[in-house]
Write a protein that binds this ligand. Sequence first.
Ligand code: PLP
Length: 463
Amino acid sequence: MSGSRIVHRSIGADLPVAVEGSGVFIRDAAGKRYIDASGGAAVSCLGHGHPDILKAMRVQMDKLEYAHTSFFTTDVAEALADDLVRHAPPGIGRVYFVSGGSEAMEAALKLARQYFVERGEPQRTRFIARRQSYHGNTLGALAVGGHAGRREMFAPLLFEAHHIEPCYPYRHRRPEEEEEAYGRRAAAALEEKLVELGPETVIAFVAEPIVGATAGAVTSAPGYFKTIREICDRHGVLLILDEVMCGMGRSGTLHASEQEGIAPDIMTVAKGLGAGYQPIGAVLLAEQIFAAIAAGSGSFRHGHTYICHPIPCAAALAVQQVIRRGNLLDNVRRQGDRLQAGLEERFGNHAHVGEVRGRGLFRAIELVADRGSKAPFAPGVDLAGRIKRAAMARGLCVYSAQGTADGVSGDHVLIAPPFIVDGETIDTIVERLGDAVDAAIGEARERREFTSRCEAATGRQAV
Ligand SMILES: Cc1ncc(COP(=O)(O)O)c(C=O)c1O
């Protein structure tokens, strides 16, 4: 759109104007219809225009649009908190509502710090997280995040966080290594870092159970998170799980950590919580953390104008009810299996797809210049951007990103359709994505960087 006064993500990008949404579809002002196969960034988990969510918002708007939390609480925020705690991992007893994922992470980091100060351990000041992770774009969240490309510009402003290798089987498991053995080895990096820093100086370990935006639906090796939990417990360090993208049903269970058989001390959720109907995020915390603050200073030293906003809470509560009433997590698992199978069939022998992975309706393909060496495409090729544009030209929205392999190079495409998706639409998504990937690679072949990277990887002339 020319002449826009908005600072768009990419200045100068010619974005279509979205005018209407219904189910899995978004229509633009030119009348073109797109399958929203990633819900933006794994947000729109119920698709667009769901009548029950719109109704719940209207009912709340007619009653009360806003009340500041230093004066009042509201029934709707209390009901949502009760609902989330009822379905939370063991030990979680309280909830703190914010307006999105980065805010949830900021609150989680401050909460964890305050917990230790209240307990008389103020020397705990450090966070350990993982490379290639993403925890948000505000300064605190960016500081713990481990994505080199996203951090670079702001590095001088970020507090020092400590990063270990991610658990990334496709790239880091040794050829002969059993999956479990790799999981133990990857988790051992946390113990080593704790010993190096002095465990008594560390507040928490922060991780996404399934790495989303920065690596593309990377699930950990079996046993990895169990070992992580044990290490945290052994050293009295909190475990903060960031389920902003992978949580709230996206992986086939309400929380992704359920499938790892562990419970966090603090968990953040956002995107799927409000399903895009309203901006909302939440921090779920262990009762023991709440109790320490309640018995200590008596207040969490934090707050924003819009925490516990009643309309996002009404939307999020209705989202939870719709998911349960329709047994939608069954559909997430069923269609997720179909999506995985479809992607494997389409890309299993593709020269430039290294892996198809993920859980539930949170799947990805990782693109490589060469399958044998797993060498990524050169960043200048912008394969992720080319795939996104080629997909949109074919009426498909998918979330593609760069930096998969090491924070700078590597490309992946995330597919995260709504929980209401049917099998036929899944097949169409796979078909259009297949065409888009081939078209984008065809275009990229014309670029010099593509060829040189292939040759470097294989030692022979590129195709
Ligand atoms: C795992 C994770 N944490 C935090 C965030 C930040 O959320 P938001 O963009 O709502 O601030 C994101 C966003 O992509 C995310 O994927």
